[in-house]
Structure formats: C-alpha cells, structure tokens
Design a protein around this ligand. Structure first.
Ligand code: GLN
Length: 485
C-alpha cells in the first residue's frame, strides 16, 4: 500500500516498528500532492522545507528508545486560520495575504510538542465564512470525488486534503458546520468537539461564542486519537473549559446495545435530497440492527436556527474583524489620510461575503436594532439549547443527516447567499447549543458522491458520539472507498 493512504493509527504502528521512517512517510505524502494538488487545490501554503526537517527530528526521536507520542512523525494539514509561528497564516483573505504570526496557536503547539509534521496550510472560505470554499480570496478547492464540485466549507481544503490522501489527517474549525459539512461532502470523518473542549488560542476569531477546532480524519479511531492530543484546558483561552479530558479511544469498541438514539422529526424535512434521506434512514436501520434503540425526539426550534445563527455569527464577526484596519498587520492600501487608508484597506482587502457579514452584523448590533435582532437571537439561542437538553433527557445521542444535499457544483450557489446559508441547516444548531457532533460517511448517491451521517452528543460527551460512530463505521465500509483521482 502507498504510505500516503495510511491512517494515523496505522502510521503510528509502522513508524514505531521502524518498518517505515517519518521521512519516507512525508515523502510519500508529497509525491501524492505532486500528483493531485494541481487538480484538487486544497492548500494555500505547502511547507516542504519545514516538513522535511520536522520529519528528520521525528525520526531521531523514534530511534531513541522510549514510547512515542501519538502524533510523532505523522503528516498533518492545518486550516489556514490557525496561527503557525513564522508560517504564513492568511485565513484565505487578501487582508492577511502576507501575515506571518509571531506566535503559535495552542493546538499546533501541542502537536509540535508531540513531534507532528506540518504538510501545509489549507484553503478555506475567507475568515471561515461559507460552505463551499468559493469565498476563498485565493482559489476554489475541488471535491476529490468530482472535480467539478465543491468540497464544502469552510474547512474545504482540510477535508479535500484528507479525502485525496494529501495528508494523513487534518485540523479544521467549525462555527456553524465547517468541519462536519465538508467532511460529509468529501467522504471523511469530521468532529466538532463541545464548545470549550479544545483551546481556541491562536485560532483567528470569526464568531467567538461558536468557533471550535476539531479533527478531520480518514476514520473514527483517528478522530478519537487526535482529540486526545488537542482536548484539555488552556489558561490562554478564557472560554476553554477547566475539565479533564478522558482517553477518547476507550469509547471505541464499546457495545452500543441499548443506547438510545434520538431521531428528530425536524431534520427529515422536505427539501432534503432524497438520496441523502435514504442513506441516513438505512444508516439508522443499521444502528438498530447493532442494538441501538431509535427514539423519536423533537427539537422544536430548529426552524429558527439559521436565522438565529446568521444574526449572532455576523454580529460577532463585525466586532472581531474590526481589527483589520491596515495599521498593525496585513494588507494596507495608501490613502490621503487615516480615514481614507482605513476605508481603502478594508474595501480592497475583504471579499464580498465578508463585507456582507460585517454590514449585517453591524446593523444587528446598532442602536435601535440591537433589541429586535441581536437580543432576540440570543433568546432564541437559549431555546435551541433547551431543545437539546430536553431531547437528551430521553436519548443518549441524536442522529441526523449532516447536510441536506451531497456536494454541489462549483458556481451553483455562489451567487445566492441564502441558498448557501441553508446548506448549514443541520449543523448550525449544534454550535448554538455548544454540544459535540461528528460526521461519518454513510453512503453514496448514484453520482458517486459521499453522504454524511451526523451524531450529536450531550455537552462533554464526545465518548458516546465516538462509540456509536465507531460501531457504525466498523459495520460498514463506506470509509474504505477512495476517490478515483
Ligand atoms: N457555513 C457557515 C457560515 O458560513 C458555517 C461556517 C463555519 O462553520 N465556519 O458561517
């Protein structure tokens, strides 16, 4: 088998047995990148030089006796909104086209400590705003299953890189679905942990009350392994929860007999692609045959989630993005005075979607509208959170489709922001409630496009989510298929 096809767990074994070296592994990944990247275009920056050095260092550590840390020598792709010291971090925005952070995000610094190998920084929708990567200020990433289609977004580059085997695993960020939806559309596994589970220090902020970093991997075991490495309290992020993280791999292989899975009627609505609905229903039957007990539940405020999210996320974004003014870092346009410099910098530096959101958010927060929009949205958010609390009184995990459709064609929704916003309908409530969720491949459409199944858990109960997803994955072989690139 080609080394670039390995999972994290497989690579770990072969590296530790010294059957392969970290340098052979990264070389194989780069050969794959050389063969497919001009078609997929998953990366903004490739870090060949650093990667070679990191692999050499990892090799030395592996040779010196003693147990290896889990990610030692494993090649990772990182979404380009996580700060990597000395390495370009653009958020796929022209306004940060030349930004090289002077510090490292907590998450990448943990992986550094473990001795991971950074393959490169992946493409995304600008500032993580979008569902297709078409909002990237640089280029559009293509879906490895069909190059005419989008990979989803906003972590489209990370998901496409994993699906195309251009890395062993990747990190994404998820504010309203940006890990799970691209994972679903690319046929890989994506997890958004509980809000507060993973440090956001050094993650460029989009909507701080919703943003969360998580793993995008080839299978569920890797998701648990990577979560082990990144979960846990960080004093540098005041929203990081002071709770200890369990060993998430312990949940894998536990019997799912008797686990109650909630099926929310609100998620099986008209407008959902019939092929997606069929695959998800088959998956629920599969889970039932494995001993899980389906229970109907209701999440009655689901219909308000998209509207609520697009008020809150844009409000927070309008405030977070105020810092890009051409003064301290990034792009600067010249102007005759300070005000003109600000205005030109922001109008030339931001793309259309980012500007739309800054304007929407500024409006929702402005005096006279604050009560009607922002405060109202906060109230509805509380109701959505309560929906989940109520549902979780009678079930252990909730099961839904991840996205209402499979990957759409590039350009199909690009000019229709509302249509694009609606593609987040099944992922957004999870961020509003702050609960964890994972998307796992559950089938293919007749066009050979992957479909994703979403497992939603209680706060800080990633374990039940992983347990069910792993049981499902072991009983199926969707995750074993590879795109024909
Ligand atoms: N698609 C959603 C948006 O455009 C979610 C993005 C995300 O999770 N970062 O805001």
């Amino acid at each position: 088998m080609e080394l670039f096809r390995l999972t994290v767990a497989e690579a770990r074994k072969l590296l530790d047995k010294r059957e392969i070296s970290a340098t052979e592994l990264i070389n194989s990944v780069y050969r794959r990148i050389d063969a497919v990247e001009d078609r997929v275009r998953a990366f903004i920056t490739l870090t060949r030089g650093q990667a070679a050095e990191m692999a050499r260092n990892a090799g030395t550590k592996i040779k010196s006796a003693g147990p290896s840390s889990p990610m030692l020598g494993v090649p990772f792709a990182v979404k380009d909104n996580m700060c990597t010291k000395g390495i370009l971090t653009t958020c796929a925005s022209k306004i940060l086209f030349n930004f090289t952070p002077p510090y490292e995000s907590t998450i990448t610094s943990r992986l550094n400590d473990e001795g991971y190998v950074l393959v490169g920084k992946t493409n995304m929708d600008e500032f993580a705003m979008g569902s297709s990567t078409e909002n990237s200020g640089f280029h559009v990433t293509r879906n490895p299953w069909d190059l005419k289609r989008i990979p989803g977004g906003s972590s489209g580059g990370s998901a496409a890189a994993v699906a195309a085997d251009e890395c062993i695993a990747a990190l994404g960020s998820d504010t309203g679905g940006s890990i799970r939806q691209p994972a679903a559309l690319c046929g890989v596994v994506g997890m958004k942990p509980t809000y507060g589970r993973v440090s956001r220090y050094g993650l460029v902020a989009f909507a701080s009350s919703l943003d969360q970093i998580g793993p995008i991997t080839k299978d569920v075991r890797d998701s648990a392994l990577l979560l082990n490495s990144i979960a846990g309290h960080d004093p540098l992020d005041s929203t990081s929860a002071p709770v200890s993280a369990p060993d998430f791999t312990a949940a894998l292989g536990r019997d799912i007999k008797g686990l109650r899975i909630g099926i929310p009627g609100e998620y099986f609505i008209e407008g959902i692609d019939p092929e997606v609905a069929r695959a998800v229903r088959d998956a629920i039957r599969k889970l039932e045959s494995l001993g899980a007990v389906p229970v109907e539940v209701s999440l009655p405020h689901t219909g308000y989630a998209v509207a609520t999210y697009y008020v809150l996320a844009t409000s927070e974004a309008s405030s977070n993005l105020a810092r890009y003014d051409g003064v301290k870092y990034g792009f600067r346009a010249e102007g005759k005075d300070l005000m003109e410099m600000y205005m030109k910098t922001r109008s030339q530096g931001f793309g259309a979607e980012v500007k739309r959101r800054i304007m929407l958010g500024t409006y929702a927060l402005s005096s006279g509208y604050y009560e009607a929009y922002y405060r109202k949205a906060l109230q509805v958010r509380t109701l959505i959170k309560k929906d989940f609390e109520d549902a979780f009184k009678s079930v252990d995990v909730i099961v839904t489709p991840t996205s209402p459709s499979a990957a759409f064609k590039a350009g199909e929704k690009a000019d229709d922001p509302l249509q694009m916003y609606l593609s987040d309908i099944f992922t957004i409530s999870v961020n509003l409630a702050g609960v964890p969720a994972l998307s796992v491949p559950c089938g293919f459409t007749p066009d050979n496009l992957p479909v994703g199944l979403q497992f939603i858990g209680k706060h800080f109960d990633e374990e039940s989510v992983l347990q069910l997803a792993y049981a499902y994955e072991q009983a199926t072989d969707w995750h074993k298929r590879d795109p024909d690139l």
